[in-house]
Write a new protein. Structure first.
Length: 319
């Protein structure tokens, strides 16, 4: 048995020496890879490879095999950014003459906020702590107003955030109104709320700025004489921007209580309970600075020409 083991050992040694003799010497500029298996070892152990492994390594683009190839080919770890994404903004144009429900609808279409939430902020949010609050100090008849801030939302082009808080959208428009209006639109003995209310009616009565001061003079003259304004624009407001947002039961209750009369200038004695839209600067200027005329009536014909009269008979006779 001992002789057999010796023969096997000598045969294996011969094969090993024969294989080593057949290996080609590496190029002078190359070096065999080394692998360190731990700090407890005193020295690195040179990795032995078979001729097949060397052939495979030579065809590899990296020139490494095994564990070295795995680590070198793996992509480096890149941590994800922890910074939140920038909020998305959208530009929204609020035209002159828009009412609060129209503004609410447009903001919802542009995904700024829900229309119902916007209307709630208009009627209920407390804006008194803000520096533009003096703009709102003249608002009266709150129980009779349909939309508390009607007329105060400045028409302009704004940049809003998508899904922003509704009261912030309202506040942005109030601040624009405060910065734009200032004290430019004042009429002796009137509050700014009254000027704004008349301006909103003028805005809806005509789209011609050249006629606004004359129309303003008609309304001022009628108010001074205690004559009802009888503006069709106020009835249009009730039918299209108040009634449409009420349930049938609410509408019937308002009719039974004659609540609509507070906006219907064929029934109320003077100005309506509040503005009916956001007027243009031209309409505000006309309400604060009416032309000096004796007129009490006006109307426009089919060609868009305006006719002014001092008496009812002249008004009826005019084409």
């Amino acid at each position: 048995m001992r002789r057999f083991r010796s023969a096997v050992f000598l045969f294996a040694a011969a094969l090993f020496l024969s294989a080593c003799g057949r290996q080609e010497a590496p190029a002078a500029s190359s070096s065999k890879p080394f692998i360190t298996y731990g700090s407890s070892r005193a020295e690195s152990v040179q990795a032995e490879t078979s001729s097949a492994e060397i052939s495979s390594a030579e065809t590899s683009s990296s020139g490494f095999t095994g564990m070295e190839s795995h680590f070198l080919q793996s992509e480096p770890f890149v941590p994800e950014s922890s910074a939140p994404p920038e909020p998305t903004t959208v530009k929204v144009s609020i035209p002159e003459g828009f009412s609060v429900p129209q503004i609410a609808k447009r903001l919802e279409e542009k995904k700024v906020c829900k229309a119902a939430d916007f209307l709630s902020a208009v009627n209920n949010y407390d804006f008194s702590p803000f520096d533009y609050a003096p703009l709102l100090s003249g608002i009266t008849s709150l129980p009779k107003r349909w939309y508390r801030l009607e007329g105060y939302l400045c028409p302009a082009t704004y940049e809003f955030y998508i899904d922003m808080e509704p009261h912030n959208a309202v506040g942005k428009m109030l601040r624009a109104a405060y910065n734009s209006y200032g004290n430019k639109y004042a009429y002796p003995g009137w509050t700014f709320d009254q000027v704004l209310t008349l301006a909103s009616i003028i805005e809806k009565e005509t789209g011609k700025t050249s006629e606004m001061k004359k129309i303003s003079s008609v309304f001022h003259n009628r108010l001074k004489k205690g004559i009802q304004l009888k503006s069709d624009a106020t009835i249009y407001y009730i039918e299209n921007y108040v009634r449409l947002f009420l349930t049938p039961a609410q509408h019937k209750a308002n009719q039974d209580n004659n609540v609509y009369k507070d906006y219907n200038t064929y029934k109320c004695k003077a100005l309506p309970a509040g503005p009916i839209c956001s007027p243009s600067p031209a309409a505000l200027d006309a309400a604060a600075h009416p032309a000096d005329t004796p007129y009490l009536f006006f109307k426009s014909d089919a060609n868009g020409v305006y006719h002014y009269s001092e008496t009812g008979s002249e008004h009826v006779a005019s084409k």
